[in-house]
Design a protein. Structure first.
Length: 374
């Protein structure tokens, strides 16, 4: 079987250290809960209770069981626990990339949220392939996860059915949408794209291009928001101003996208980039060509990575709250598992446009008024 689990794949049985067990223990030298109970001179039920619900046993009993665990090298068997409770302690996390910092921030929130709990996160990488996502969800379904966190709202029908059949809390993250599988937390990607385009118009830019790499569904919605605003501002839509590629995002890709766009439309005066890597590449290309940013070219990125606040000039970007999204997703799952009410099944984490030097150009006299809404 292919191994897709990226963090550790739990070992379902634990072999005791050599010499710690007597011959009468299991033939494969695996320490069982019954061995711990015998060592502590308590019943198996009491030993189990001491490990899972320690407040229900006396301090003396807890101490005896703890000493037996230490002496025998006992580690609870997750598979056996799942079989007994019909639920494991795994929280599955399905993301499309492990190299993209956006998802690294999300995972940090998930891991911090699960600290000091009995639950363990297991991360898998779909590589933006829907059939791979379905295969990974099938693997998770065999593990009876306690909860699932999945990126985006564009799961296939098969993936949605797999998640629904897991009979556990499911949180979709990074976006909000009208038909969540269970719970959802993220931002309105289309409205965030609108905010970026409005900002450029407010600053007096009029020939506004769009640069996009690996146009996943979230990037497509940002592009749709850009188009909404240009149309509302009665700026003639020119598809030549949209330059995209299926290649992954990088500084090199961003520079090439701007170069290709300038070859077609040399009169552009601004670009909205679908992420900060592309925006930085566009900035570097402007510097190579001697194009002044922001006076001749305005640049807006997306996600607000730390690096865009350190570039020269600094780059305006749409800030998204990935860490908080991961943390909130875990909190929603834990609340559901503890039978507590979840205040909102659909939670808009919001976004914030951070204006910096790359768009710090005063509107020219006679430019159109601010576009406040579409």
């Amino acid at each position: 079987m292919k191994t897709y689990i990226i963090v550790k794949y739990e070992m379902w049985s634990v072999t005791s250290p050599a010499g710690n067990m007597k011959d009468k223990t299991s033939k494969n030298n695996t320490v069982k809960l019954s061995d711990v109970a015998a060592q502590a001179n308590v019943s198996v039920v009491t030993a189990s209770r001491a490990l899972r619900l320690p407040d229900l046993v006396t301090p003396a009993t807890r101490a005896k069981v703890a000493a037996a665990v230490e002496a025998l090298g006992y580690v609870p068997n997750p598979a056996a626990q799942a079989l007994a409770s019909a639920r494991s302690k795994i929280v599955g996390v399905v993301i499309p990339s492990l190299t993209n910092q956006i998802f690294a921030d999300l995972l940090r929130g998930v891991m911090d949220g699960l600290d000091d709990t009995d639950y363990t996160p297991q991360f898998v990488n779909t590589r933006y392939i829907t059939t791979r996502e379905e295969d990974l969800l099938r693997i998770f379904s065999t593990q009876r996860p306690a909860g699932m966190i999945v990126s985006g709202i564009d799961q296939t029908d098969a993936a949605r059915k797999l998640l629904q059949k897991m009979n556990c809390p499911v949180v979709q993250v990074m976006e909000i949408g009208p038909d969540p599988i269970d719970m959802i937390v993220g931002c309105d990607q289309r409205e965030a794209g609108r905010a970026a385009a409005r900002h450029l118009i407010d600053k007096g830019y009029r020939r506004i291009g769009f640069l996009g790499a690996r146009m996943d569904p979230r990037a497509q919605r940002r592009l749709a928001g850009y188009r909404d605003v240009l149309q509302a501002a009665q700026i003639a839509e020119d598809e030549r101003l949209v330059q995209t590629t299926p290649k992954p995002s990088s500084y090199t890709t961003g520079g090439q996208l701007l170069s290709d766009l300038l070859a077609r439309c040399p009169d552009i005066d601004a670009v909205f980039c679908n992420n900060d890597d592309v925006a930085l590449g566009a900035l570097f290309e402007c510097q190579r060509r001697g194009i002044s940013v922001p006076h001749q070219m305005g640049i807006v990125g997306f996600n607000d990575l730390d690096v865009v606040s350190c570039s020269v000039p600094t780059i305006t970007s749409v800030r998204t709250f990935r860490y908080q999204t991961g943390l909130t997703a875990v909190q929603m799952i834990l609340a559901r598992l503890s039978k507590q009410p979840v205040a909102e099944r659909s939670l808009d984490a919001g976004f914030e446009l951070i204006a910096r030097q790359s768009t710090d150009r005063l509107p020219r006299i006679g430019d159109w008024p601010s576009i406040n809404q579409t």
